[in-house]
Write a protein that binds this ligand. Structure first.
Ligand code: NAP
Length: 366
């Protein structure tokens, strides 16, 4: 069977380029359509990304020769879909939230499913916000989403914020094992690549930490509740707990978001030994289905006192695993740990590809 042809909206950006790199040898998907702003439209992809981030890696092969389309021209993507060049799109657009919201909906209305990294639709009630290991069942809302809007083939699925899996995956492993969490305090140390291209000025970043990332603390506190939410006839109803307080900081690291967590269990409290066992043995549907982008172990446990670290741990298992260490009791709550994951892979393009693999196995692209 041939590969499924896919398109990338925002293909020239930080996340878009990561999609191109990760899909280069993907067994199921092949990039046949790239789109970005009118500034890049009309250029060969190789030319449009020249001088940006890691163009050498992303410009090998046929993708470099693709002509970049204007992502605002949905009809051109729909025509590509009809010719068999674009069965669905990954959206890595960075524009106004309202613009992205209506543009992604226009794609879905034109019959093109959208797997999005943008935040625009994260709080749309019937749009699932997927971390494939945590809430794959939320994809079951797609038929309702289609029915409500009169879409036949199109739909929208989103990924949460890029730092969330660093603490959500261990948090969910504990919840799944029967240890509900009541309160959680998280301090994130977020890489500069999370700010997109061209990112934060080097003079602000070198020898410095910026204790503010616009909108990030709200996302870090609220998005986990939708991910842990329940499906209803109207949409996804968010969970009431855990209550989360977040401090989000930009640090001079190229890739890899770190999360320092203190949490309080709502009921029974597992021992430290039990917690380590739960995290190290955690697997979920992507591992059962052996999806190509899935890490063998979603959580890698490190016992060294000084791990995880971005340089040594962000690329663990295709940069798709969350590395957890420093598991210890907490003086104020019950448990402390440090989680780390790659923000543009697990937290963006790799997570989007894993979601698409999950949706393919559920038959949503036919
Ligand atoms: P980026 O590097 O700034 O790239 C933005 C992309 O959007 C570029 O391809 C750009 O095209 C395109 N674009 C900008 N204005 C446009 C317009 N008016 N019409 C059509 N296309 C337009 O951003 P990024 O970091 O890759 O982030 C992309 C999305 O993913 C954002 O929504 C971001 O919030 C989300 N995200 C990012 C990360 C991360 O770690 N960086 C993680 C998770 C989610 P041109 O090159 O032609 O300007």
């Amino acid at each position: 069977m041939g590969k499924i042809p896919v398109g990338i909206l925002g293909a020239t950006g930080m996340v878009g380029q990561q999609y191109i790199a990760l899909l280069e040898n993907h067994p199921w998907f092949e990039v046949r359509y790239v789109a970005a702003s009118p500034r890049s439209a009309g250029k060969a992809y190789r030319e449009a990304v020249a001088g940006r981030w890691h163009p050498v890696k992303t410009c090998s092969g046929a993708v470099g020769d693709l002509i970049v389309e204007d992502a605002n021209e949905v009809s051109r993507t729909a025509a590509a879909g009809k010719r068999g060049d674009c069965a669905f799109v990954f959206s890595a657009l960075e524009m106004g939230k309202d613009e992205i919201r209506s543009l992604e909906a226009a794609y879905a209305a034109a019959g093109i499913p959208v797997i999005s990294n943008a935040s625009a639709h994260r709080w749309t009630e019937d749009v699932p916000m997927l971390i494939a290991e945590i809430n794959p069942h939320h994809a079951d809302i797609i038929p309702l989403q289609r029915a409500k809007r009169g879409w036949d083939r199109g739909f929208i699925v989103v990924k949460p914020n890029c730092s969330i899996q660093s603490y959500m995956t261990p948090l969910y492993a504990l919840i799944k094992a029967g240890y509900g969490v009541g309160r959680l305090l998280v301090t994130t140390l977020q890489a500069v690549s999370g700010a997109g291209y061209p990112g934060v000025p080097s003079l602000d970043m070198i020898d410095n930490v910026i204790p503010y990332i616009g909108g990030e603390e709200e996302k870090s506190e609220e998005e986990p509740l939708k991910i842990l939410g329940t499906l209803t006839e109207r949409g996804i109803e968010k969970a009431a707990t855990p209550r989360i307080s977040a401090h989000c900081n930009r640090v001079p690291v190229s890739d890899g978001h770190t999360a320092c967590v203190s949490l309080e269990f709502a009921g029974p409290k597992p021992s430290i030994g039990e917690i380590k066992e739960i995290l190290a043995s955690f697997t979920s549907l992507p591992q059962e289905l052996d999806l190509p982008m899935a890490p063998k172990r979603p959580i890698i446990l490190r016992e060294e006192l000084d791990r995880p670290q971005p340089r040594t741990d962000r690329d663990a298992d295709k940069a798709m695993a969350v590395t957890v260490g420093r598991i210890r009791p907490c003086n104020l709550f019950d448990l402390r740990f440090t989680g780390l994951s790659h923000n543009t892979v697990r937290g963006a393009a790799g997570g989007g590809i894993l979601n698409a693999e999950l949706l393919k196995t559920k038959g949503y692209f036919s």
